[in-house]
Structure formats: C-alpha cells, structure tokens
Design a protein around this ligand. Structure first.
Ligand SMILES: Nc1ncnc2c1ncn2[C@@H]1O[C@H](COP(=O)(O)OP(=O)(O)OP(=O)(O)O)[C@@H](O)[C@H]1O
Ligand SMILES: [Mg+2]
Length: 271
C-alpha cells in the first residue's frame, strides 16, 4: 500500500462524504485538543481523569505518551480514537469537531480516520491473517476485490506477505501484533493510535514493532503511541508525559535511534 501523504490522503478524502468540517482554522493539525476535561461518574464518586489538556499534533508526527498508571493516558487515547467524548473542551480531528457528534457519527469517523492497535492483539482465532486484516473493510462500503487488495498490501507493509494464510495460533506474538497493525491500516486512516502495543512482547520483538512504526511514519502516517518503556518512547519524534490528568512534559526526541539499526545489535532467537 502506498501511503505517501499525497496519494494516501487524496484517497481518504474521497471517502469522507457526510462529515462536515466545522473549523477551517485547524490548518494542518490532524489533532487539535482544546482544554479537555474528562469526568467518570461512579455512583457517588467522580473521577477527574483529564484536567485541562490542550495539544496539537501535525500530520506526519510520531508521538509517544508516557506517565504513571492512572495518569489518564488511555482516557486520552480513547478520546483521540472517538471511543469516548470529552466532558468539556473541544477535540478537532482533521478539522471535525468530534465533541458535537453523536455515537453513530463517532463510529463513522472512527472507521474512516482511526486505526487502533492494543496490547492484546485481539485477532479472531479461527481466521487467517488475511481475513483478520480485511475485517474493518466490511463496515466501509468497499467491494470485495478492493478489500482483498488492500489487505494484501497492508500485510506486505508490515512484512507479512508470506504469512497471509496463517492462523493466529501459527504465528509468533510479534507477527500477531503486525497483523493487528495491518488490520489498523486497511481503511487508510489519518492516524494510528497504539495503546501499549509492545506490552506483551519481549524486547527484541518490541523493537521490531517499532521498526514497522518508524517505516510507516516515514511514509507519512501520523502515529500516537502509549508506552511505559522509556526506551520504546525514544523511537518516536516527540514524547508527552502525563501526570494526574495533565500533560507535564512535551519534548522532542533529540537522538532518535533507528529501530532497524538497534535490531542489528540485539541477539536473535537463533543466537
Ligand atoms: N471507565 C472508567 N470509569 C471510572 N473511572 C475510570 C474509567 N476509566 C479510567 N478511570 C479512572 O481514570 C483515571 C485515568 O485512567 P486511565 O485508564 O486513563 O489511566 P492510564 O494512564 O491509562 O493508566 P495505565 O498506565 O494503568 O493504563 C484513573 O484514576 C482510573 O481509575
Ligand atoms: Mg492505560
């Protein structure tokens, strides 16, 4: 799949029919978050999970989010991914004010613009890599031949061209996570959101996944990644640190390692 910005995004625009841009000031920002608060109501108690978060992410960025457990990282990612709406404040995704849309519209936005990768790979067990990758196209009004073509391209992008007919049980953890990445890319999203994608993987396999992410980012894909590991965050271009529902740090990565180079220094399974 060719995901250089021009081609990638013109195909995407053709998909977007009913979703009206409400703010042309968003410019090139893929993500614009303005003073967002999120409360969870739990019976008598109220958890203030996000406490005034503001942020812009431009097209082509690769952002890592770190922070202690409970600091609001997943709450923030769920909002970015249109799985949940802010309690107050605004969230613009490619200029669309997500805060104003109902559940159905959110689902449509999510399907068109967001690719998700989680810690658990969430693949269907009795389904091949190819079929798992094709799944999201079922909801996207794409014909069968085109779905198949895109799934094959997405699997090739993550280096699994030779594993298309394998079932999850016949693949390593890293390969399963790569299928999950291919599945996240198949609808040609504007952003890839990954919440602890290396949480279940050993260190070499984690770096292999970061190699895939760096390749995709080089081709123009915008990525936001949550990780607990400092070493993994360094593969991104920018690191945010959350604490108590706020962004406490927002720094560019200065000496960014290339995952492909790091892999040469790590022992392989055969060693
Ligand atoms: N569905 C929910 N209902 C009520 N409270 C919630 C809910 N989800 C999260 N919280 C609370 O909101 C706060 C932020 O949680 P969140 O899951 O965003 O943290 P996190 O930074 O992702 O943590 P971790 O690193 O453990 O994944 C926590 O205090 C958590 O208990
Ligand atoms: Mg979390």
């Amino acid at each position: 799949m060719d995901i250089r910005p021009s081609k990638f995004h013109s195909m995407q625009t053709a998909n977007q029919t009913e979703l009206k841009k409400t703010d042309d000031l968003a410019g090139n920002a893929v993500i614009r978050v303005e003073d967002v608060h999120k409360y969870y109501e739990l019976g008598e108690t109220r958890v203030h999970a996000l406490r005034g978060v503001s942020l812009e992410i431009q097209r082509g960025e690769f952002v890592a989010i770190m922070g202690a457990s409970g600091s609001g990282k997943s709450t923030f990612m769920n909002m970015l991914g249109c799985l949940d709406r802010p309690s107050s404040g605004r969230y613009l995704l490619e200029g669309i004010d997500v805060s104003k849309h109902d559940k159905r519209a959110l689902a449509q936005i999510r399907n068109q613009k967001i690719g998700f990768v989680f810690q658990g790979f969430n693949l269907l067990a009795r389904t091949t890599a190819l079929e798992n990758t094709e799944l999201p196209t079922l909801y996207a009004k794409i014909d069968k031949a085109e779905s198949r073509k895109r799934a094959v391209e997405a699997l090739a992008l993550v280096g699994l061209a030779d594993r298309m007919e394998h079932f999850p049980s016949q693949m390593s953890g890293g390969q399963q996570q790569r299928v999950a990445v291919a599945r996240a890319l198949v609808n040609r999203p504007a952003i890839l959101l990954a919440d602890e994608p290396t949480g279940n993987l050993d260190s070499r396999t984690s770096v292999e996944i970061m190699e895939v992410f760096q390749d995709l980012n080089d081709k123009g894909l915008t990525i936001v990644l949550v990780t607990h590991e400092h070493d993994i965050a360094q593969f991104a271009k920018r690191v945010l640190v959350f604490r108590d529902g706020k962004i406490r740090k927002d720094d560019p990565v200065t000496h960014r390692p290339r995952a492909a180079e790091v892999l040469k220094t790590l022992p392989t399974l055969e060693d």
